[in-house]
Design a protein around this ligand. Structure first.
Ligand code: F6P
Length: 360
C-alpha cells in the first residue's frame, strides 16, 4: 500500500483520535504507507484545504485526547447536502463529486470511522468503486455486528459518575433525581450506567413505560423508608401508547433531535407529591478523555483496519466478537441496528435487583 485516507464522520466520540493514531502508526511503521486525513467527514474531499497529511508527528499525544483532530460533520450524508443556491436553501447529492475527489487522490483504501449513517454512506461509496473499510464508532453502542463500539465505555463511565453525584444530593434532600441520558433509539447507556450507578428506575426505548409505574416505585421506596430515588431515563424512552419526545424535528439532512422525556417524567413524579429535580447530561457524555477500555479498543480497531486494507478486504468493518477483533461485511453491520435485548441477562439481573423498568 502506498497511500490510504482516513476520515471521521457523524458526531464525535471519545476514542476517535486514538483510532487515528493507531492507524497512522500501523500504516507507517508496518507498511511504509502514506496517510491522508480528510477533514470534516466527507466534506474534506470537496472543500478547499480539506486534506491533511498525517505522519507520526501529527498523531503524537492523541491517545488520550477526546474529539477528533479531523473534525466531524453531522450533516455528512453525501446523498443529501444543504446548500444555498440563488438565495434559496436546496438539498443536493454530492456523492459523485466526493467519489471523483477520492479517485483523484489515488487512495488504495479509505478508512471510515462512523456510526450507522456514516457506515451506510461508506457501503454506498464502495458500490461506486471506493475501497472502503469501516470502523464502528458511537457512544450509543447501537451498531449491529459488533459487541461494542468505542466511545460507549467512556459515555457509560461519565453517566455513572453523574448518577453517583446525584445520589448524594438526592439522599440529603429526600428528592427524586431524574437523569436523562443519550443513546438515541438504544437504551444501552441508561441500562449500563443505571445498573452500575444503582438507579431505582431505568427507562429505555426498548421497554415502553407507564408514568404511574415510575411513581409506584418511588412510593414503594418511601414506604420502606428510602426517601430518595434515582431515575435514569434514556432520551429515546417512550410511554406505553405514546411517542418519543423531540427537542427538534428532522429532515432529509438532519436526524431529529431527541430530548425532553426526562422533564416529562420529572413533572409527573413531582405532581404526585414527590420533590423532583431533572438533569439532562447531554454532550458531557461525548466529551473528555477516553477510558482505558476505549483507548484499548480504539487502538486495536485502528491497527486492524489498516491490516484489513492491506489484505484488500474492502466493504468490511472491524468488529469485536468474543473479545477478538474480527471483520464483517459492512452490509451485515448496517442491516439491523443493535438494541437492548429485553430478555438478556442484563435486564433480568436488573429486574432481580428490584430495579423498575416502568412497565409493571
Ligand atoms: O449518536 C450520538 C448522539 O450523541 C446521540 O446519543 C444523541 O441523540 C445525538 O448524538 C446528539 O446529536 P447532536 O450532537 O447532533 O446534538
Amino acid at each position: 500500500m502506498k497511500r490510504i485516507g482516513i476520515l471521521t464522520g457523524g458526531g464525535d466520540a471519545p476514542g476517535l483520535n486514538a483510532v487515528i493514531r493507531a492507524a497512522v502508526k500501523t500504516a507507517i511503521y508496518e507498511y511504509g504507507c502514506e496517510v491522508i486525513g480528510i477533514r470534516n467527514g466527507y466534506d474534506g474531499f470537496i472543500d478547499e484545504n480539506g486534506l491533511v497529511p498525517l505522519g507520526i508527528d501529527q498523531v503524537r499525544g492523541l491517545l488520550t485526547r477526546g474529539g477528533t483532530i479531523l473534525g466531524a460533520a453531522n450533516r455528512g450524508n453525501p446523498y443529501a447536502r444543504k446548500i444555498i443556491r440563488d438565495g434559496k436553501e436546496v438539498t443536493i447529492d454530492v456523492s459523485n463529486e466526493i467519489v471523483k475527489g477520492i479517485k483523484r487522490l489515488e487512495l488504495e483504501a479509505l478508512l471510515i470511522l462512523g456510526g450507522d449513517g456514516t457506515l451506510r454512506s461508506a457501503h454506498e461509496l464502495f458500490l461506486k468503486g471506493v475501497p472502503v473499510i469501516g470502523i464502528p464508532k458511537t457512544i450509543d453502542n447501537d451498531i449491529g455486528g459488533t459487541e461494542v463500539t468505542f466511545g460507549f465505555d467512556t459515555a457509560v463511565t461519565t453517566a455513572t459518575e453523574a448518577i453517583d453525584k446525584l445520589s448524594t444530593t438526592a439522599e440529603a434532600h429526600h428528592r427524586v433525581m431524574v437523569l436523562e441520558l443519550m443513546g438515541r433509539d438504544a437504551g444501552f447507556i441508561a441500562l449500563h450506567a443505571g445498573v452500575a450507578g444503582g438507579a431505582d428506575v431505568i427507562l429505555i426505548p426498548e421497554i415502553p413505560f407507564k408514568f404511574e409505574s415510575v411513581v409506584a416505585k418511588v412510593r414503594e421506596r418511601v414506604e420502606r423508608g428510602y426517601l430518595f430515588s434515582i431515575v435514569a431515563v434514556s432520551e429515546g424512552a417512550r410511554p406505553v401508547g405514546g411517542g418519543q419526545v423531540f427537542a427538534r424535528g428532522g429532515d432529509e439532512v438532519y436526524t431529529p433531535r431527541l430530548g425532553g422525556i426526562g422533564q416529562a417524567v420529572g413533572e409527573y413524579v413531582e405532581e404526585q407529591g414527590y420533590e423532583t429535580r431533572v438533569t439532562v447530561l447531554g454532550h458531557v457524555q461525548r466529551g473528555g478523555t477516553p477510558t482505558p477500555f476505549d483507548r484499548w479498543l480504539a487502538t486495536r480497531y485502528g491497527a486492524a483496519a489498516v491490516r484489513l486494507a492491506a489484505r484488500g478486504a474492502f466493504d468490511h468493518m472491524v468488529s469485536l466478537h468474543a473479545g477478538k477483533i474480527v471483520d464483517i461485511p459492512l452490509e451485515e453491520a448496517i442491516a439491523i441496528p443493535k438494541r437492548v435485548d429485553v430478555n438478556d441477562d442484563a435486564v433480568i439481573t436488573a429486574r432481580g435487583l428490584s430495579i423498575s423498568f416502568g412497565d409493571e
